[in-house]
Design a protein around this ligand. Structure first.
Ligand SMILES: NC(=O)c1ccc[n+]([C@@H]2O[C@H](COP(=O)([O-])OP(=O)(O)OC[C@H]3O[C@@H](n4cnc5c(N)ncnc54)[C@H](OP(=O)(O)O)[C@@H]3O)[C@@H](O)[C@H]2O)c1
Length: 323
């Protein structure tokens, strides 16, 4: 039986000087995104979740300008204002986004995006800002003169932004950005889970470079949390029959060991030394303590070997979609 190290002990976020917990609260579903998650998150419930997060030993919250087209940040901002600011030692990360209506991914749009985040959150400083989902643009545009990166760098020089990271889908694309050495953290999602491990080469690269890995969606957006027969969705889409069947097999193996599938799914990420923090999406206040408890549950080493034997995807579902 492996003894878990504390899921709330602080560790460095790459070379930023910031310290974060190995667990991070994911703010996408807090923005009420029924088209993404197939259910709604009422405002009061979302606010209660943010309050629970701020009151907990977890010190890291992840959002984006795009989540609910500003709604996640707006709701988080309500609680920040209620509290008169972020709690001491808390780290809030957000993301600069394209215009969701026109697809505009220009530097000017990123300026508007950052200004919108400051306004909605009620802050005059953003500790951490990622470039979000650059698969919707080209490398040349993102990195070029007057583009999103230059705009964020200029905000950083003015002290408006603390640090800049990269977040997105396709792993080859993320590797290309991280290799530039210009980003202190990378946020990958749905690609380092019990079902898909295609982020492995990115994790290895970041470990070598000292770049923080922020591993989002350990439950594959829900199937590994709620179970294949309750919520058969992976990465924001109906899960293919083969994934539903494989998840049932993973759950059956977990059951043999008396371990809930959700705990194994969470710890698969949290226990990996290459992962700095694991981002768990949630819309209910009780999830915060549940997540700490799930990350602390003792899991026998043999379970990991048995879960490996069930098999996993090593191919990035968007392998061919990168600039
Ligand atoms: N491009 C990017 O940078 C990117 C992409 C994807 C995700 N992210 C970030 O990563 C976060 C996590 O990803 P995600 O939210 O998409 O997926 P996820 O963390 O894999 O799963 C979220 C789902 O798990 C459920 N859940 C959480 N804890 C639970 C518990 N204890 N019991 C039962 N169900 C539980 C939530 O349900 P309830 O609503 O019922 O709590 C929600 O439906 C996002 O919120 C976002 O902040 C970033």
């Amino acid at each position: 039986m492996k003894t878990q190290s504390s899921p709330v002990a602080l560790r460095p976020l790459g070379n930023t000087g910031l310290s974060v917990t190995p667990l991070c609260i994911g703010g996408a579903p807090l923005g009420d995104m029924p088209e993404t998650f197939a259910y709604s998150a009422p405002e009061e419930q979302a606010l209660a979740t943010v309050r629970a997060a701020f009151a907990s030993p977890i010190n890291f919250l992840d959002t984006a300008a795009a989540y609910g087209d500003g709604e996640s940040e707006r709701r988080i901002g309500i609680v920040i204002r209620e509290m008169g600011g972020l709690p001491d030692g808390f780290v809030l990360a957000t993301k600069g986004d394209r215009d969701l209506h026109t697809g505009d991914f220009s530097g000017d749009q990123f300026k508007r995006s950052v200004e919108g985040s400051l306004r909605r959150l009620g802050l005059d400083h953003l500790q951490y800002v990622y470039i979000h989902d650059p698969e919707h643009s080209t490398y040349e545009n993102v990195m070029g003169a007057g583009g999103p990166l230059e705009v964020l760098q200029s905000f950083k020089e003015q002290g408006v932004i603390g640090h800049i990271g990269m977040s997105g889908g396709p792993i080859k694309m993320l590797i290309r950005y991280i290799e530039t050495g210009l980003f202190s953290a990378v946020e990958t999602h749905n690609r380092y889970t019990l079902i898909n491990r295609s982020a492995e080469p990115l994790l290895d690269l970041c470990a070598k470079m000292g770049v923080a890995v922020v591993n989002a969606a350990p439950y594959g957006s829900g199937i590994l949390a709620k179970g294949p027969d309750t919520y058969a969705r992976y990465a924001y889409q109906d899960a293919p029959a083969e994934i539903v069947e494989r998840t049932r097999r993973l759950a059956a193996v977990c059951q043999e060991f008396g371990v809930p599938l959700i705990a194994a799914a969470l710890q698969f990420s949290v226990r990996d030394p290459r992962v700095t923090t694991t981002v768990v999406g949630m819309t209910k206040p009780e999830r915060v303590q549940q997540t700490i408890d799930l990350a602390s549950l003792p899991i026998p080493n043999e379970l990991w070997t048995r879960l490996d034997a069930v098999g996993y995807d090593a191919v990035d579902p968007e392998a061919n979609r990168f600039a």
